[in-house]
Design a protein around this ligand. Structure first.
Ligand SMILES: Nc1ncnc2c1ncn2[C@@H]1O[C@H](COP(=O)(O)OP(=O)(O)OP(=O)(O)O)[C@@H](O)[C@H]1O
Ligand SMILES: [Mg+2]
Length: 216
């Protein structure tokens, strides 16, 4: 499967979700390619730290791809891997559009703050254009990341996302937990970070299980 993690907002957790998903898939024994399609190169930075921490045992292959050629390059790479995870930048870029034309699944994290929701119409416009240019439908999943443990912000954001059917909101929130940042600074997923934050692990595990349909 080819996953694009995107959206039109910075800092929602795209790289966090991409890198954790790449590791999660590789832990199931799959051959995984992580594509860094963001000029900020955060997925590449994560991978560089991972090289050090894991002594070269990454568990996935990393490539950097940019611009409209992403589409053709992914098509060429597709047969070589079980899964491809594409991390995009937080804007409407040529790379994100190109990635969406060849992806099976589009993951859109939203952080539950009211300003996040303002990019919804842009995401919808982008989706409309992509869907129009594809032979097969793109499977979309939106979800909350950096969610509060409880509180009004989560439920307000959930309500707004639910109103937009094409965003296919799934109720598998990933809570704002220090473990994500701590793990990332070492190039690790939360599945590998000792001590294990069991809540963080079970949240992403549930989300990934749902979107991939993979039963462990
Ligand atoms: N669930 C979470 N809990 C706590 N911190 C998180 C969570 N998800 C992401 N973060 C932190 O939030 C910051 C932004 O996350 P990340 O880099 O994944 O976002 P992004 O969408 O890729 O950003 P950009 O748009 O700049 O590419 C990072 O410091 C990351 O560690
Ligand atoms: Mg990023």
């Amino acid at each position: 499967m080819i996953f694009t993690v995107g959206g039109i907002k910075g800092g929602t957790g795209k790289t966090t979700i991409s890198t954790n998903l790449a590791v999660w898939l590789s832990q199931q024994g799959a051959d995984v390619l992580l594509v860094d399609a963001d000029e900020q190169e955060s997925a590449s930075d994560f991978t560089a730290w991972r090289e050090e921490t894991k002594k070269g045992q990454l568990g996935y292959t990393l490539v950097q791809l940019n611009g409209a050629t992403v589409r053709r390059q992914i098509e060429q790479l597709r047969p070589k891997y079980d899964h491809i995870v594409i991390d995009t930048g937080g804007r409407d870029t040529a790379s994100q559009r190109a990635a969406l034309f060849v992806s099976d699944i589009y993951l859109i994290p939203f952080a539950p703050r009211s300003y996040e929701i303002w990019t919804l119409s842009k995401v919808q416009a982008l989706l409309g254009e992509i869907m129009g240019g594809r032979a097969t439908p793109l499977q979309v999943f939106s979800f909350l990341n950096k969610a509060d443990t409880r509180g009004a912000d989560n439920s307000e954001a959930t309500d707004v996302l639910r109103e937009n059917e094409e965003l296919n909101f799934v109720d598998y929130p990933v809570i704002n937990r220090k473990a994500f940042a701590t793990a990332a600074s070492k190039g690790l997923s939360v599945f590998e970070m000792i001590p294990l934050d069991e809540k963080a692990v079970s949240e992403v595990d549930a989300l990934f299980g749902h979107i991939t349909g993979i039963k462990k």
